[in-house]
Design a protein around this ligand. Structure first.
Ligand code: ZN
Length: 139
């Protein structure tokens, strides 16, 4: 668990996060195609523009499933371009569960949840490490 020990104790500086339209579309499409199971991946930022999420990274050993235990924390890379997680909620409600809040508190600074309905409608929200809603702009 040495990875977690490296987290700074001071609160992160407030910053504006962005996600590219292309990346968001991929996330929504993956969330829809995983339905009724969960889709889960890591979020990676651009090397130059470190506040812009440009890519999703599938974790080795991550499987889509019906539980929230899709992220194996010991498999998280020590890679500072990975800033958080994304996963879908087939319940269609894009609110973090207790297990999600626990995950957010252990890893990452920005987390997306995509709610997917049986009709294929998707809505998403972003949260910080304490489960507070974050404003992530699409660009
Ligand atoms: Zn969840």
């Amino acid at each position: 668990m040495g990875l977690f020990g490296r987290r700074p104790k001071t609160p992160p500086v407030a910053r504006q996060w962005y996600i590219t339209k292309r990346c968001l579309e991929l996330i929504v499409a993956s969330s829809r195609s995983s339905y009724p199971k969960e889709f889960g991946a890591l979020l990676r930022v651009d090397e130059e523009e470190k506040s812009t999420i440009t890519e999703v990274v599938l974790l080795p050993g991550t499987i889509s499933g019906n539980s929230h235990a899709i992220f194996k924390l010991y498999m998280l890379p020590i890679d500072y371009s990975v800033v958080g997680t994304v996963h879908s909620h087939p319940s269609s409600i894009a609110r973090p569960s207790e297990a999600d809040l626990d995950l957010f508190g252990h890893f990452g600074r920005v987390h997306l949840i995509v709610g997917v309905s049986a009709m294929g409608q998707a809505s998403w929200r972003a949260y910080d490490h304490e489960g507070r809603v974050l404003d992530v702009r699409v660009k």
